[in-house]
Design a protein around this ligand. Structure first.
Ligand SMILES: NC(=O)C1=CN([C@@H]2O[C@H](COP(=O)(O)OP(=O)(O)OC[C@H]3O[C@@H](n4cnc5c(N)ncnc54)[C@H](OP(=O)(O)O)[C@@H]3O)[C@@H](O)[C@H]2O)C=CC1
Ligand SMILES: Nc1nc(=O)c2c([nH]1)NC[C@@H]1CN(c3ccc(C(=O)N[C@@H](CCC(=O)O)C(=O)O)cc3)C=[N+]21
Ligand SMILES: [Mg+2]
Length: 297
């Protein structure tokens, strides 16, 4: 049986370290603030919002949640972002993706002040991060990388396959692993011989949004498997259950180590969001970044 990678425990310890730094900021009269905007009702986004607000308060930050109806106009959303860009009690702004079809996500992301972009989705941050500078590292890939390094140590030379190429998970994950000197393949819906590609990987990161798509037979024996998927499955009982993009039962028989869903990547995403908010608050106050916080330089 594979070793279980306990993202929930790792995230709790990371939040403790964050809370200590925030306490130091309080002594200087600074309280980092995180604003979250949710438009409409994407299920994965709702799980995210539910867990996020509470943990933001627990580490000593202020939490501002803006839940807007599906029908919200792009103009109104841009006006809210503009207000938050100029709000001194807010150091981090996150707009939940996906947005409703009548809103252009790129326009919205571009409107966020890059210094307050704690998701790392603004082109300025994507550019800096991709070229190895100190742009914000996107939360989910950063969380996955922390788990991988904790599990494996140095990743140099490992063969990594990232399944999925979205701007929010797959693409930045591939960039991050490349920066860690992995040999990286990015797979997607047009990839030929997908199962074969997966079976070659020492490190397999799955972010497709397809419940339990990757089976144990796709996995190289002993590989490290990181399951990013968050899918809500209706059960016969009528109750919903969360499953990942990997079929856990069969994968755990083959993999060397694997993250569960829930309790794997999800809690790490939130902890890294709080970490990015802390870093943003430090930078906006011209304070040094403690050495334990991962940046790229
Ligand atoms: N745990 C966490 O913290 C987070 C979890 N998530 C979850 O991760 C999953 C992925 O999210 P996200 O990246 O936003 O999803 P997207 O839908 O934006 O991207 C999915 C990617 O998977 C690829 N894909 C879809 N179906 C297949 C298939 N049958 N074979 C091969 N590739 C396929 C797509 O390929 P193509 O580009 O060719 O269309 C695309 O690149 C979701 O379950 C989401 O809820 C997301 C963010 C954070
Ligand atoms: N701009 C933006 N940035 C994101 O990072 C982003 C987003 N939009 N849209 C939605 C997806 C999804 N996402 C999740 C984060 C944490 C959990 C999470 O806390 N998961 C717990 C769930 C526990 C439970 O409540 O059952 C776990 O996996 O253990 C889930 C999903 C971030 N995303
Ligand atoms: Mg998407």
């Amino acid at each position: 049986m594979a070793q279980l990678i306990d993202g929930k425990a790792f995230a709790a310890s990371l939040r403790n370290d964050i809370a200590e730094e925030v306490a130091k900021l309080h002594q200087q009269g600074i309280t980092p603030g995180l604003a979250v905007i949710l438009v409409g009702e994407d299920p994965a986004s709702q799980v995210y919002v539910r867990n996020k607000g509470k943990q933001t308060i627990e580490v000593g930050m202020s939490s501002f949640v803006h839940k807007l109806p599906e029908s919200t106009s792009q103009t109104d959303l841009l006006a809210l972002i503009n207000k938050l860009n100029n709000d001194n009690s807010v150091q981090g702004i996150l707009v939940q993706i996906p947005l409703p079809d009548h809103i252009d996500a790129d326009t919205v992301i571009n409107a966020i002040d890059p210094r307050k972009d704690v998701d790392g989705f603004h082109p300025v941050n994507v550019g800096r991060f991709s070229t190895g500078g100190n742009g914000t590292i996107p939360c989910t890939p950063l969380g996955c990388l922390m788990l991988l390094k904790d599990q494996l140590g140095d990743l140099s030379g490992a063969r990594a396959l990232v399944l999925g190429r979205s701007n929010i998970v797959g693409k930045p994950m591939s960039t991050l692993l490349l920066n860690e000197n992995c040999t990286v393949t990015t797979a997607h819906s047009r990839t030929k011989d997908l199962q074969e590609e997966c079976r070659r990987a020492d490190i397999l990161i799955v972010a497709v949004g397809r419940p339990e798509m990757v089976k144990g037979s796709w996995i190289k024996p002993g590989a490290t498997v990181i399951d990013v998927g968050i899918n809500r499955i209706e059960q016969d009982s009528g109750k919903a259950r969360l499953v990942g993009d990997v079929q856990f039962s069969s994968a755990a028989e083959v993999a060397g180590a694997i993250t569960p869903v829930p309790g794997g990547v999800g809690p790490m995403t939130i902890a890294c969001l709080l970490l990015n908010t802390l870093t943003a608050a430090l930078r906006q106050n011209d304070l040094p970044i403690p050495t334990w916080i991962p940046t790229q330089n």
